[in-house]
Design a protein around this ligand. Structure first.
Ligand SMILES: Nc1ncnc2c1ncn2[C@@H]1O[C@H](COP(=O)(O)OP(=O)(O)OP(=O)(O)O)[C@@H](O)[C@H]1O
Length: 313
């Protein structure tokens, strides 16, 4: 079995501490992303979990010790992720920095597939959209009402995993790569262009000029969630043909978020429009969305039907 990383752990093992003493071994490769790969790993304390390795791109002229310090600072500021406990959020176990420009995020190992693959270019039916939307809204409410609020920064259908039984959905990934890359690009004095999944980026992020620092917010998470609702309802990513920030910004400026396909209910259309208001101040919060009739009405209907016809008995 391949030795994956070796990291001398200075803390004795604590319930909240790292899931290893010194090392962990890769059991299998789960998948590759833009910045690295995710493995199933087994640690020297017998824990089986998922480990996402992020390798940060270094620029010519970067000084390794300063880069390492910047990354360390960014990692420290993200440690609060390990305190999150929610049924619709992957459990983060530990974040390590085994090499100056490499970070490993240890997480609960999930059995399932991404929402992107679950959708597989085919629209979902409305009860399923309702069910998944409600679960994601609950996760967002939990994150956004923490002190300080936790902003996901990279909500999209590839960053949600549908459990193998197709009932539970969980948010993964938390834009950590965005935060880490920003810390490095800030070092190399390159421009602070927004990072993340282009099709799901809120208009205020696309509009940020070179001198503005990019502000991810609760509202930009809600816009991205609205884009995921679009993908569930249509089968395709929004703005599927857009190739650049400028093109996206122009499209949204002219027409706003793309219309849902015909045949979708008025409640779903209204719900989607509340998530994707161009003006971020007019977007609904996760709390408000949970009270929207698209989510609450469906439940009433189901309850009414089961009381009339005894469904589920
Ligand atoms: N905790 C986990 N348990 C099981 N599988 C996971 C877990 N986290 C991620 N994965 C899977 O690993 C694969 C690669 O994930 P990764 O986040 O690297 O991809 P990505 O979203 O394309 O990456 P990036 O956002 O860095 O560009 C995906 O198929 C994802 O579903």
């Amino acid at each position: 079995m391949q030795i994956f990383f070796h990291c001398l752990n200075s803390h004795p093992l604590r319930p909240e501490g790292p899931p290893f003493l010194e090392r962990w071994d890769a059991v299998r490769l789960i998948g590759r992303g833009g910045f690295g790969e995710v493995h199933e790993v087994r640690t020297d304390t017998g824990v089986t979990c998922a480990a996402k390795t992020l390798r940060l791109p270094l620029q010519l002229g970067d000084e390794l010790p300063s880069v390492s310090t910047e990354i360390h600072r960014a990692v420290e500021s993200e440690r609060n992720l390990c305190r999150l406990r929610h049924p619709n959020i992957v459990r983060f176990l530990h974040i390590a920095q085994p090499e100056p420009a490499a970070v490993v995020v240890f997480m609960e190992l999930l059995d399932g597939r991404t929402l992107e693959r679950f959708i597989d270019n085919k629209p979902l039916d409305e009860p399923k959209i309702r069910d998944f939307s409600e679960q994601i809204c609950r996760a967002l409410l939990y994150l956004h009402s923490r002190q300080p609020p936790v902003i996901h920064r990279d909500i999209n259908c590839s960053n949600m995993i549908v459990r193998a039984d197709n009932t539970r959905i969980k948010l993964i990934d938390f834009g950590l790569s965005i935060k880490l890359e920003q810390s490095v690009s800030h070092m190399s004095a390159s421009t602070q262009s927004p990072k993340g999944t282009l099709n799901f980026m809120a208009p205020e992020l696309l509009g940020a000029g070179e001198s503005d620092s990019v502000q991810y917010s609760r509202e930009s998470d809600i816009w991205a969630f609205g884009c995921s609702v679009f993908q569930m309802a249509s089968g395709a990513r929004p703005f599927a043909n857009a190739r650049s920030f400028l093109e996206m910004a122009q499209l949204i400026d002219r027409k706003g978020a793309p219309a849902l396909p015909n045949g979708r209910s008025a409640e779903l259309r209204d719900f989607y429009s509340r998530c994707t208001a161009k003006d971020r101040k007019r977007r609904r919060s996760a709390q408000e969305l949970l009270g929207h009739e698209f989510l609450t009405g469906g439940k009433l209907k189901t309850r009414l039907l089961s009381s009339l016809f005894g469904a589920g008995n």
